[in-house]
Design a protein around this ligand. Structure first.
Ligand code: SIN
Ligand code: CO
Length: 377
């Protein structure tokens, strides 16, 4: 089990969305959850999002996976980096590493990205719009971080698929060793350079954008056939200049817009559906043959467990906790199954410790048959 050596509450208070920092020994005695061979194996898979970035003799290239076996038989000595996105979706050890960050809510979590770098490898100076904890595994990398972007940095394109900036002065310049963690809030330029062949793990969090919430809300309203009404104004009266939008009319129209956002259940469902959708592909495979409720029940009572597909999001609201949002779907339960529904969302595993009603077993069976939860056989 991976455990942080520091208090996340204190960290959040002092650094989250405020300033970058290095936490030396953020994990004690850190052991890589994955091997370089396994990373190469993941990058050969069609469903896995991977990139190979090289900077030999200052010439930058970036290629997207999947890669063939030959690629890894013929690698340069230095100046390259293999990157696998959402490794927690495909590798159990990587998924366990993310659990150390469980006190940050799952709705903000994006993915765990792994970088395997040869000496001199990196992706160059750039700016992300993510909060990221970069955990150093084996090897050593030098990290530089600059002051927050307020428009002073110049973008440059040294290779397609690589967004870089020209340069920046550092406010942090440190060498990371195994178990050290670098936290970078959105908007701070950074660059890692590999000093010894290195494995690093970026635990990324992405806060939704205002324009994204608004445009997704509009899609949700249309998809659910809501708000299909025109302005109704029996108090309407004649006006002098017909090119004028009167203040009272503007207020009525604005109120119409606001009332859509004030509909509590609509907003709950919209946020739950949006935030429970993963931005990266999931390893969802429906079982064949499908499970029967009695079989699931028997499996649990004989000490077995049922696990959630890694990276699949299951959320509920603090208010209205009889509704769960699972991978973008709305699931309602009766009062008696609220505790079960919360444990589905808060834990990645269901076992017999949770005494399940027949309706809870039936819900779990549906989730297993959708491939959202699974039974290891
Ligand atoms: C890297 O490890 O070089 C890429 C990670 C990042 O900069 O976000
Ligand atoms: Co970055």
């Amino acid at each position: 089990m991976y455990q942080l050596s520091f208090s996340m509450s204190e960290f959040l208070e002092h650094y989250w969305h405020k300033k970058p920092t290095v936490i030396k020994g953020g994990f004690q005695n850190f052991i890589d959850p994955i091997s370089p061979e396994e990373i190469a194996g993941l990058s050969m898979e069609e469903e896995v999002d991977s990139r190979f970035v090289a900077n030999l003799n200052d010439k930058w290239t970036a290629e997207h996976g999947p890669f063939s076996e030959e690629k890894f038989g013929d690698l340069p000595e230095s100046h390259w980096q293999l990157i696998v996105q959402a490794a927690n979706h495909w590798h159990a050890g990587c998924a366990q590493l993310t659990e150390a960050f469980n006190s940050i809510p799952n709705w903000l979590f994006d993915d765990l990205m792994i970088c395997y770098s040869a000496i001199g490898g990196g992706v160059g100076p750039h700016i992300d719009q993510y909060d990221v904890f970069i955990i150093q595994g084996s090897g050593k990398r030098q990290w530089r971080v600059g002051a927050k972007d307020i428009g002073q940095y110049k973008e440059t394109c040294r290779a397609s698929a690589l967004r870089q900036i020209e340069s920046f002065d550092s406010i942090i310049d440190e060498i990371l060793e195994p178990g050290d963690i670098l936290y970078i809030p959105p908007g701070f330029p950074h660059e890692g350079t590999t000093l010894e062949p290195s494995m690093s793990y970026s635990v990324g969090y992405r806060s939704p954008k205002e324009q994204e919430l608004i445009s997704n809300f509009a899609d949700f309203v249309l998809a659910h056939d809501m708000g299909d009404v025109h302005l109704h104004d029996p108090e309407f009266s004649a006006q002098d200049n017909n090119g004028k939008i009167r203040q009272r009319d503007l207020e009525n129209l604005t109120q119409m817009l606001k009332s859509a956002f004030e509909e509590k259940h609509t907003v709950h469902d919209f946020m739950g559906c949006l935030l429970s959708q993963s931005r990266h592909q999931l390893d969802i495979v429906a079982p064949e043959p499908l499970w029967k409720a009695e079989e699931i029940s028997q499996h649990l009572s004989s000490g077995g467990d049922v696990q959630r597909v890694s990276g699949l999001k299951a959320l509920y609201h603090e208010q209205d906790s009889n509704v769960a949002y699972i991978n973008g779907e709305i699931i309602k339960v009766a009062e008696e199954d609220i505790a079960f529904l919360k444990s589905l969302c808060n834990s990645v595993m269901v076992d017999q410790a949770q005494l399940l009603s027949s309706s809870a077993i039936s819900l779990l069976t549906d989730l297993v048959n959708k491939g959202y939860w699974f039974i290891e056989e």
